[in-house]
Ligand binder design. Sequence first.
Ligand code: C5P
Length: 227
Amino acid sequence: SVSITIAIDGHSSTGKSTLAKRLASSLSYLYVDTGAMYRCATLCALNAQLLTDLNHLDSDAIAEAVRNCEIGFVRGENGSNRATLNGVDVEDEIRTMGVSSKVSYVSAIPAVRANLVEQQQKMGQAGGVVMDGRDIGTVVFPNAELKIFMTARSEVRAQRRYEELLAKGEEVSFAEVAENLQERDVIDSNREVGPLVAADDARLLDNSDITLDEQFKIALSWAHIEI
Ligand code: C5P
């Protein structure tokens, strides 16, 4: 069968990766979580002490540090992907608020984006890929056969992320989570390079009130793929 490229973009915590993973596993496609890559880049800059003052970032130093970091993925239990930084499993660390509160500053740096976009294009060059992020349908794969732009009401998104963090044992308040999502969406939407915006030819999917099964069926029908 044909192997297409599926680009999934959208606001924070709209369930992009949940849908992307399910599509990839049922189609036997490669799944790439580009948000994890920006989170790894952020951890890399954090480790290099380059994020102590978010209002005065040394963009060149951060971009250079990220170039010297190796970002990758390994297979975890039950077939999940786990992000690695210089060969070390950092999957849990990159999901903490410590990284979430800084990632949008690092991902706004053009040279960081150029670097990661190039890596993402290589990872998906053979097709048969589901990639999720913010600029996949606009920048990374503007010719993707299927582009989905996901959104949901902000309280629904905050509640989902809050429950996710609680389940992981992170001590965080609902307000803090809601604020972080809002802040990231504002910064991500307003940056100069690769802003969060729906591609003209993206299909909009608001999943505030629909189940995972319904989202999956809708996405498959858009892809014109029967499984
Ligand atoms: O997808 P996730 O919420 O994990 O992404 C974390 C952050 O990484 C986003 O808020 C955004 O700043 C950045 N990002 C990006 N471009 C992408 C994917 C993520 O700028 N393609």
